[in-house]
Design a protein around this ligand. Structure first.
Ligand SMILES: [Fe+2]
Ligand SMILES: [Fe+2]
Length: 294
């Protein structure tokens, strides 16, 4: 039987939900170490060649257009910086557990991965442009925000696939469909699994509150606000998965308010104009993620 309690129990009993790989736990531990160094991180990533390849691909994508090719992890660190490398390594090792590669059904999961990568890059771009220094890991927050959808699929492959299809046909946001059908959204499912995996609080918040950042705890709201906006910007640029149909990033969005109220330097910002002003860069990101996934 499917009801929220039942789904929660199945997540906690690990039914169909794998444990986080050792490598992700190792990376999280190192990330907390104030004296962390490259020497600790690179060997861990090197032990997992598919992960190393993904990190390099992403490093190259981030610098697409530069003449320089990023072909070693050491190069990637030089160019991206330590923190970015940590973020990528952690995010990809988390994503790996939920990978959809062998899922054979009617769902276009490649759109999911495209959307996730785009939200990661857009979150990073927004963070830089808006100078949100308090957020160290915008890319991870964006990349992982919808993992609840993958977990949903793993728990209820048939029923969730049908829901994705019927929501797309009716132009209904998947979020609403989930609540109607299962009594719980991918945000809540995401919180359960992220807590179970003991992911950092900022990540749990992004996974669990990116559709309603104002409901997150005060100290964490900015993380969810950034991802709410990055998610909408990606959807508006048609890099979406189960978004339903809409045309603008609304001015009254709670994420904007949170940013305006907490960031003195942005109190007077016209966000609509701001989003228009970075459209070229967003187009560039869109091209890149399609290139990588394709
Ligand atoms: Fe979502
Ligand atoms: Fe999303």
């Amino acid at each position: 039987m499917t009801n929220p309690e039942n789904l929660k129990k199945r997540i906690s009993s690990l039914d169909r939900i794998p444990t986080l790989p050792v490598i992700a736990n190792q990376i999280m531990q190192i990330a907390q170490d104030e004296n962390k160094s490259l020497r600790q991180l690179v060997p861990i990533i090197e032990k997992d060649p598919p992960l190393a390849i993904k990190v390099l691909k992403m490093a190259n994508a981030a610098y697409y257009g530069l003449r320089r090719q990023v072909d070693s992890l050491r190069d990637a660190v030089m160019i991206l910086g330590m923190d970015s490398l940590y973020q990528m390594a952690l995010s990809f090792s988390v994503m790996k557990v939920l990978e959809t590669g062998k899922m054979t059904n009617a769902i276009a999961w490649d759109k999911f991965w495209e959307h996730s990568a785009a939200v990661g890059h857009i979150a990073e771009l927004l963070k830089k442009k808006l100078q949100l220094r308090a957020i160290p890991n915008a890319f991870s927050l964006g990349l992982l925000h919808d993992i609840g959808k993958l977990v949903f699929y793993k728990l209820e492959p048939e029923a969730y696939s049908q829901l994705i299809i019927s929501c797309a046909e009716e132009d209904m946001p998947l979020y609403n469909g989930e609540i109607e059908k299962f009594g719980v959204s991918h945000e809540q499912i995401g919180i359960w699994v992220a807590e179970k995996w003991q992911l950092p609080t900022a990540l749990i918040t992004s996974v669990g509150y990116h559709h309603r950042p104002h409901e997150a705890t005060k100290e964490m709201q900015l993380n969810a606000a950034l991802v709410q906006i990055a998610n909408l910007v990606a959807n508006l640029n048609e890099i979406s998965f189960g978004a339903g149909f809409f045309q603008t990033v609304p001015r009254e969005l709670s994420g904007w308010k949170i940013i305006q109220e907490t960031q003195a330097h942005l109190a007077e910002m016209d966000f609509e104009l701001f989003v228009m002003s970075i459209q070229d860069e967003i187009n560039h990101i869109s091209e890149i993620v399609k290139l990588i996934q394709g």
